[in-house]
Design a protein around this ligand. Structure first.
Ligand code: CP
Ligand code: NVA
Length: 313
């Protein structure tokens, strides 16, 4: 097993292909063991801190339960309960928390906050969602894709909607694993050019083809996987009306759009979903949808990641 001891995981850029596969393989083992009611207390005596600047259902609960199942402990640190909200610096917070914790997961608005945390911490930092990346989600997505498609290389993934945090890390994750990805986003809402360029560069190593378009039907044509995310991410509430007008109906994943994908395509969504906006109920509740498996896999990949970050293995 490849230890990741003391690495920071701020995006999929922090993991090479071998490390990604190690996390997925270990997650698959832990998942199998948990289905058989076998739990190993691999993180006995270890403590994870969880800083949340914004709300969460899946990330909070899956990390907390994951630590509990592994025999460790998780502490929820809501931003308003911390001296951070009263002006203590991120640098000093990082130095202090490193004295008590074995690992820190943080969900922040500004990705720079995570970079500062990682610079001033002596413990591993995990990104639990920033305005740029969502690595834990993409690891769960890759595990889900592998479970359904049994491979990565040569698959076609169509991303429909906002070229934001989830899309950004998915571009990198697909590039690193050899999945061809086309992101169909409205003009002005495409993923940042530097992230597309990083992904294209990664893609040259695996043969993954990275494309960005404004045309959802082109992206979905013969796709193996169709994925989307909310049109109004956390922190974007002030753009809600503009965004809904720009995205709906052209970028909505509905039965009309998804019929252009392969018959055995899967539909993915990191959740939370806004039914009737980025996806219709018939698609998210339909036979192509794997969103609940995807949500479950957050638990398994994060347990694997926590073990690999905190143990010598
Ligand atoms: N997908 C995801 O990160 O969900 P939460 O916002 O509920 O954590
Ligand atoms: N793009 C979404 C993802 C939520 C998990 C957001 O940032 O709110």
């Amino acid at each position: 097993m490849n230890s990741l001891k003391n690495k920071h995981i701020l995006s999929l850029q922090d993991l090479d292909l071998n490390e990604i596969i190690s996390i997925l393989d270990f997650a698959a083992t832990l998942k199998k063991e948990s289905k058989m009611d076998l739990s190993r207390k691999l993180l006995e005596g270890k403590t994870l801190g969880m800083v949340f600047q914004k709300p969460s259902t899946r990330t909070r609960v899956s990390f907390e339960i994951g630590m509990f199942q592994l025999g460790g402990h998780a502490i929820y640190l809501g931003i308003n309960d911390m001296q951070l909200s009263k002006g203590e610096t991120i640098e000093d917070t990082a130095r202090t928390l490193s004295l008590y914790l074995d690992c820190l997961m943080a969900r922040v608005y500004d990705h720079c906050d995570l970079e500062k945390l990682s610079t001033y911490s002596s413990i591993p930092i995990i990104n639990g969602l920033s305005d740029l990346f969502h690595p834990c989600q993409i690891l769960a997505d890759l595990l889900t894709i592998r479970e359904y498609k049994k491979k990565f290389n040569g698959l076609k993934l169509a991303w429909i909607g906002d070229g934001f945090n989830v899309c950004n890390d998915l571009l990198i994750g697909c590039a690193k694993t050899g999945i061809n990805i086309t992101a169909a986003c409205p003009s002005g809402y495409e993923p940042p050019e530097w992230i597309v360029n990083i992904s294209k560069k990664e893609g040259t190593k695996t043969g993954s083809i990275i494309k960005v378009t404004n045309e959802p039907i082109d992206a979905v044509q013969e796709a193996d996987i169709v994925a989307t995310d909310t049109f109004v991410s956390l922190g974007k509430d002030n753009e809600k009306i503009i965004r809904e007008n720009v995205f709906i109906p052209k970028y909505q994943v509905n039965s009309e759009l998804i019929k252009h994908a392969k018959d055995d395509a899967i539909f993915m969504h990191c959740l939370p979903a806004k039914r009737g906006q980025e996806v219709t109920s018939d698609v998210i509740d339909g036979k192509l949808s794997v969103v609940w498996k995807e949500a479950e896999n957050r638990l398994h990949v994060q347990k694997a990641l926590l073990c690999l970050l905190m143990r010598d293995n």
